[in-house]
Ligand binder design. Structure first.
Ligand code: PEP
Length: 263
């Protein structure tokens, strides 16, 4: 199988991110986080929860002094000012968030986010020390038209042209085939590996070793049953998990699989 050396994979700490999307309540968040924390400790994997922004303060308090980190699901491209409803990168950082998702396909699809906008959001996050999780992914029509690599290259290049790539491991890339998100359809491990390998090549062209350092996640209907096969691939460093992150034991089982294939 094509891919980078297995030993290089061990330089990248596995990462599993739960994207709660627009789900939760004060009570259910608390129960879910407690259920996750009551699972056996997982040392070899970084675990991040991305709740709706209204619940960030609550979740940050609930996970303080634990192994969990908190991320936001989106950020404004603007620094400050008259942008009703928006949340700035500085606000997220001040609150204690470590990560922020940018360019999720639901933002691209339902909020018409362009590659340029996603790049500007990623740059804003980096400015304040937040780690952007940059989502890229093709639609089913694009895949069936043979455009997958072209679309992904355009999405990634737009970001790489704007952000400072001298800071290694300052950002994360997440490959999320749009046709696999919330549909129960998963890319096969081989399909995902092909794409991850291509994305890593592109990162290395931008700066030598950027591909070796950068974590590339897979997202799209990850479940405990398919996680191990995906994470065993040499260029898949963990997952961005939607539906299954709303179940504490399923999510932690996925994190355990990621940890099993890490350092
Ligand atoms: C996601 O929201 O990024 C995602 C991958 O969702 P799901 O796991 O439900 O497909």
């Amino acid at each position: 199988m094509e891919g980078f050396l297995a030993s290089e994979k061990y330089m990248r700490r596995p990462l599993v991110v739960g994207n709660w999307k627009m789900n939760g309540s004060l009570t259910s968040n608390s129960h879910l986080l407690k259920a996750m924390q009551s699972c056996p400790a997982i040392e070899g994997c970084e675990i991040v929860i991305c709740p709706p922004s209204i619940f960030l303060t609550q979740c940050l308090a609930e996970v303080s002094n634990t192994r969990f980190a908190i991320g936001a699901q989106d950020v404004s491209e603007h620094k400050v000012g008259a942008f009703t409803g928006e949340v700035s990168a500085a606000m997220l950082a001040e609150l204690g968030c470590k990560y922020v998702i940018v360019g999720h396909s639901e933002r691209r699809q339902f909020h018409c986010e362009s590659n340029g906008l996603v790049a500007r959001k990623a740059a804003r996050a980096l400015d304040v020390g937040l780690i952007p999780i940059i989502c890229v992914g093709e639609t089913l029509t694009q895949r069936e038209s043979g455009l997958t690599f072209h679309v992904l290259a355009e999405q990634l290049d737009a970001v790489l042209n704007v952000i400072d790539t001298d800071v290694s491991s300052a950002f994360v890339v997440s490959y999320e085939p749009v046709w696999a998100i919330g549909t129960g359809k998963t890319a096969t491990p081989e399909m995902a590996q092909d794409v991850h390998s291509m994305l890593r090549e592109k990162l290395n062209i931008k700066r030598p070793n950027l591909g070796v350092d950068t974590r590339i996640l897979y997202g799209g209907s990850i479940k405990p049953e398919n996680a191990a096969a995906l994470f065993s691939m040499p260029d898949i460093d963990g997952g961005l998990v939607g539906g299954a992150s709303l179940d504490g034991s399923m999510f932690m089982s996925i994190a355990k699989s990621a940890s099993d294939f890490g350092s």
